[in-house]
Design a protein around this ligand. Sequence first.
Ligand SMILES: Cc1cc2nc3c(=O)[nH]c(=O)nc-3n(C[C@H](O)[C@H](O)[C@H](O)COP(=O)(O)OP(=O)(O)OC[C@H]3O[C@@H](n4cnc5c(N)ncnc54)[C@H](O)[C@@H]3O)c2cc1C
Length: 439
Amino acid sequence: MPTPNAATGLPRKVLIIGGGFAGLELARGLANDNRFEVTLIDRTNHHLFQPLLYQVATASLAAPDIARSIRQILENARNVTVLMDEVTSIEPDEKRATGLSGTVYTYDYLLLAAGARTSYFGNDAWAAHTMGLKSLADAQNIRRTVLSNLERAELTTDEAERTRLMTVAIIGGGPTGVELAGAFADLIHRSLKSNFRRIDTTKLRVILIEGSNHILEIYDNDQSIYARQHLESIGVEVRTQTKVTNVRAGALEFLDGSTLEASAIIWAAGVAANPLTQCIGVPTDRGGRITPNPDLSIPGRPEIFVAGDLVSMRDREDKPVPGVAPAATQMGAHLAKLLKEELRLEAKGFTGNKHDLRPKFRYFDKGMMAIIGKNHAVVKAGKMRLRGLMAWLAWLFVHILFLVGFRNKLAVLLGWAYSYLRNNPEARVIVYPPTSSRP
Ligand SMILES: Cc1cc2nc3c(=O)[nH]c(=O)nc-3n(C[C@H](O)[C@H](O)[C@H](O)COP(=O)(O)OP(=O)(O)OC[C@H]3O[C@@H](n4cnc5c(N)ncnc54)[C@H](O)[C@@H]3O)c2cc1C
């Protein structure tokens, strides 16, 4: 139990909604500081390392390799209570939030860090016929669908059905679409080729569909051209300037009137903020994100903060702060410092408006990287540009570093690296085929 705060007599109640990168970092930053009584609520019981979700979707990693129980991560933080609940509403005037369980959570400070969700840009009906990639369940669904389709293709004697079963369409040529396309091409054309007797897995089509002129638009032009050339060299069909106008069960329709039949359609074309941002009573942008004050508090609500993928703001160079894990982590760390400093000022008897003294959030851009199949990647960091093997090694190094700290199980990492280097991903077991009745 937290001990009472000397200045107020009570510890401050900090409510964190979301145990992702931002929420977890704030909880860690306040851990064992008895001036705070922290409650972290997440609708899942785990923190998820989303940058490696595509590896679960493409059978290179198992789910536990990229997720860890939030309760376990925070087991030594004695002033932090972790609860699994889905927050359904926030009532800022009453300083409280309500969960799906019916529980009401009150707070002195609130951090809304519930992350992003898949967005269909107003075409919500498409969700029923496509698979998103935001959660472990999504990744397992993609893997199950593609692997099950290959099994069905091995069974069928109908050539047209076999072609349909062996077509994977990925909509969206950003980093997620590119990483998925490259990994699927590697899985199918390298790893699975000797596993089937009736079908030729090299005939499986992986089609990457992008509405604009280039894939990886946020990278330099030559990096995006390089990514396209490499994907094509490993068998991915890249279609740019191709606008999807409709998605039906097992088929896509395009602006030019053509259609494509595909048994697996993956939507990697857009995300929007968690709808909880609508509860705060401030304007949001088209993606549902909030523009906070420079300290990350909500205009007119100094006790409510927003962080991570829910934030729309610009950095010192007037570039948008991207929706990436380092930005979310930095925001969580910034808020931990801010809250501690605020209580320190209070304890010293400061009587002015302490909110005016709050530090501004400064984003430190560490660059970005995208993997394009085995041995190939692109890196853009400051003035540095890498591509090919060097970029891939940099990617591997950064992600292994992250995971070691994250899961602390070197054995899992070595096992993954071993199967990756041998072209032999292990996570190919289909637990619930899509046609079975699940328990
Ligand atoms: C496929 C994919 C690949 C990515 N690759 C990269 C990459 O290579 N590099 C990179 O830097 N970034 C990458 N990102 C982006 C990065 O993962 C996000 O920017 C980061 O996770 C944002 O952190 P966050 O704390 O805002 O939200 P999240 O990490 O998304 O966490 C939000 C948490 O809130 C919980 N939650 C949501 N709604 C509720 C609710 N109503 N009640 C309670 N809990 C709730 C969720 O369960 C989740 O745990 C990738 C994202 C995806 C989806």
